[in-house]
Write a protein that binds this ligand. Structure first.
Ligand code: 5AD
Ligand code: SF4
Length: 433
């Protein structure tokens, strides 16, 4: 979501006449887009702020104008100016359409410019081709914000309530991307399957048990080659989503379904709204698909009150699910969330120990899952020349695995059948089939 926000900010700035550079030394304005989901992410901000000032001083140049965007900006607002005098302006998560104004005001000498206000009616969600993170893959936001209030999570506070974009606009957006040569779209949102537009306009011809599965069918009907979506919320993960995947080849075979814990007791204090039993029902439905759907997840270790038995339940869950990959996080108390009031009673050493044990088990299963691809042919979007091996192309399969294979730049942007011959830690290797 942050990468997508940054792309839209760059698009707007370029349209307003600014030139975008990734070369910090050449920049008159530096924008830092921030994450506050864990404390470590927040710390990074202040390290980067310090670096920007220091780098300018070393060059003997004036410090560039420094603007803070994103979740930390939204949550901390004007208090950021007190934490670092190098910061010139602060733009909240919904004010990203108005960065030009902040720059102008700050250049004109206005101090402590802060905009934490709402999105404007006319906000543009699309991105100029020149500002996309990839020439072949595009993000399409379908829902912003979150109403779930999991007790550990800051996102409902930093990104506000759920707001679904009109289906007709999403479908038009995908049509436009397809015409521009985009091969793969990622429908994105904190919880894509909580998608609930105000009207069914754009979905009339597409049946389904939920607005999200109808949207999947509507987007599939645009004929764009590949459609991925993330993140799905387990409680709202209706079996009809898997049915839509079974029906449409261009809906990719990958589901990211964050479980967070394998213990019902912990899930309850996390207020996730799902139990392990109904999570596993969803997993069984996904695994019973006619397609081989890759599964990924997020897990938190060391949530307040997590005992060895609770943690063991998480290990059991990992054993059962055989995830293609999983992001494991040590619990990080976030001020303002309900869990912040709970004692952070799993010691740092214990969190590290659980993290490592879980990581080891996940990697073990992951390697077995990866080996299962050997001798099979997967469709890979040739995205870029491999950084490590310039004679290889790197891309993603429909199941969101990184696949490398021998090839030259004329293949970039094409979808290629690759037979997998080897698997390594995070990558599959193959040859053109
Ligand atoms: N501590 C640790 N991990 C967290 N996440 C969200 N909030 C926290 C927190 N306070 C993780 C969850 C979520 C992912 C994006 O970040 O696993 O799915
Ligand atoms: Fe955070 Fe829970 Fe919302 Fe995900 S569903 S963004 S974990 S509150």
């Amino acid at each position: 979501m942050n990468v997508s926000d940054s792309e839209r900010v760059a698009t707007q700035l370029a349209a307003d006449g600014y030139e975008i550079t990734r070369n910090e030394a050449a920049a008159d304005v530096v924008l830092l887009n921030t994450c506050s989901v864990r404390e470590k992410a927040e710390h990074k901000l202040f390290t980067r702020v310090g670096q920007v000032g220091k780098a300018a001083a070393m060059r003997g140049a004036r410090k560039p104008l420094l603007g803070i965007l994103g979740c930390v900006a939204q949550l901390e607002g004007e208090t950021l100016f007190g934490k670092s005098p190098a910061i010139d302006f602060v733009i909240g998560t919904k004010a990203v359409g108005r960065v030009s104004k902040a720059i102008e005001q700050s250049f004109d000498g206005e101090k402590y410019y802060t905009d934490l206000e709402n999105r404007e009616e006319s906000y543009v969600w699309s991105v100029a081709a020149s500002q996309r993170h990839s020439p072949f893959v595009a993000f399409v936001p379908i829902i912003e914000g979150c109403n779930k209030f999991c007790t550990y999570c800051i996102v409902p506070f930093s990104r506000g309530r759920e707001n679904s974009l009109p289906a007709s606009e999403i479908v038009r957006h995908v049509w436009r991307l397809r015409r521009e040569g985009i091969r793969e779209v990622h429908l994105i949102g904190q919880n894509v399957n909580s998608y609930r537009p105000k009207t069914v306009a754009g979905l009339e011809n597409y049946p389904g048990a939920t607005a999200f599965s109808r949207l999947l069918r509507a987007v599939a009907a645009t004929g764009i080659e590949r459609i991925k979506f993330t993140t799905s919320f387990p409680r709202d993960f209706h079996p009809d989503i898997v049915e839509a995947l079974d029906e449409h080849e261009n809906l990719c075979n990958w589901v990211h379904l964050p479980v967070q814990s394998g213990s019902n007791r912990i899930l309850k204090t996390m207020r996730r709204g799902h139990t392990i039993e109904n999570y596993l029902e969803r997993i069984d439905k996904i695994k019973a698909s006619t397609r081989r759907i890759a599964l990924t997840t997020d897990i938190i270790v060391g949530f307040p009150g997590e005992t060895e038995a609770d943690f063991q339940a998480t290990l059991d869950l990992a054993e059962y699910c055989r995830f293609n990959s999983a992001y494991v996080f040590k619990y990080s108390p976030r001020p303002g969330t309900p869990a912040f009031a709970l004692p952070d009673d799993v010691s740092a050493a214990e969190k590290t120990e659980r993290f490592l044990r879980l990581d080891k088990l996940l990697r073990f299963h992951q390697q077995a899952v990866f080996r299962g691809y050997i001798n099979r042919t997967v469709e890979v979007l040739a995205e870029k020349i491999s950084e490590k091996h310039p004679d290889q192309i790197s891309g993603h399969s429909t199941c969101q695995m990184v696949v490398n294979f021998a090839g030259a730049s004329d293949l970039l942007g094409k979808i290629i059948n690759v037979k997998i011959i080897e698997s390594k830690a995070n990558t599959l290797y193959g040859r053109i089939f």
